[in-house]
Design a protein around this ligand. Structure first.
Ligand code: BEZ
Length: 211
């Protein structure tokens, strides 16, 4: 069955370009992003891996480890990383799982045979410090993902986890947030000292708490 939000992210051991890992141990107490690629030496994937390498500092600043996966073997990954670094003006510093037996791809339901035979689709999983799945995304092979959006979701998830706020449609960093329904009106002054405005009893805005 497909993995759902709130499920525990299945643990696995795998060979990666940075050596063998045990996924849960590698994640430690921080956040994680696991994202799949249909195949090595393909154009869209090459741009995606480069894009993630160029914003690696932004993930690190949020205590997020990133881990890519492609079903090709390790030797292939190593040659491909050279191409990515050469063509995408980056240095890929995060690990890429080699999954030629499709063990991890199958565990995470990344192969959708009616869309792509024997390759993974473009899946993304955001995993919280509790090892629970916080976001799943599935993109077609022909559409490169927007990794700024992944960072935006991480920011939103961390705001909810740390400050009891949600984020409205098209929210961007620095904009007002929404106080989650679990917070009672009488708790607002102490929890949100920057103030709030209630548009409706269920729609209460507050300035972004961590800015
Ligand atoms: C690509 O990464 O460019 C790609 C991979 C598989 C199918 C189509 C495109």
């Amino acid at each position: 069955m497909a993995l759902r939000l709130g499920d525990e992210a299945p643990n696995f051991t795998a060979e990666t370009t940075a050596g063998p890992i045990n996924f849960h141990e590698w994640l430690g107490n921080g956040w994680g992003v696991l994202f799949s690629h249909p195949k090595d030496f393909t154009p869209v994937c090459t741009t995606e891996l480069g894009a993630v390498a160029r914003i690696a500092d932004a993930f690190q600043a949020r205590n997020v480890k990133v881990l890519a996966i492609s079903v090709d073997p390790l030797d292939s990954h190593k040659g491909w990383v050279n191409d990515i670094n050469e063509t995408q003006q980056c240095t890929v510093g995060y690990p890429i799982i080699a999954d030629p037996e499709r063990k991890v791809a199958t565990l995470y339901d990344m192969i959708h045979p009616n869309a792509l035979d024997n390759m993974t689709v473009r899946s993304v999983f955001i995993i919280g410090p509790d090892k629970k799945i916080k976001l799943t995304l599935t993109y077609p092979a022909s559409t490169g993902r927007n990794f700024d959006e992944i960072l935006r979701v991480v920011d939103s998830l961390q705001l909810t986890a740390n400050h009891q706020v949600a984020t409205p449609a098209n929210w961007k960093d620095g904009e007002d947030c929404i106080i989650v329904p679990a917070v009672k009106d009488e708790e607002i002054p102490s929890k949100f000292p920057k103030g709030h405005r209630a548009v409706k009893s269920y729609l209460r805005y507050t300035p972004q708490p961590n800015k």
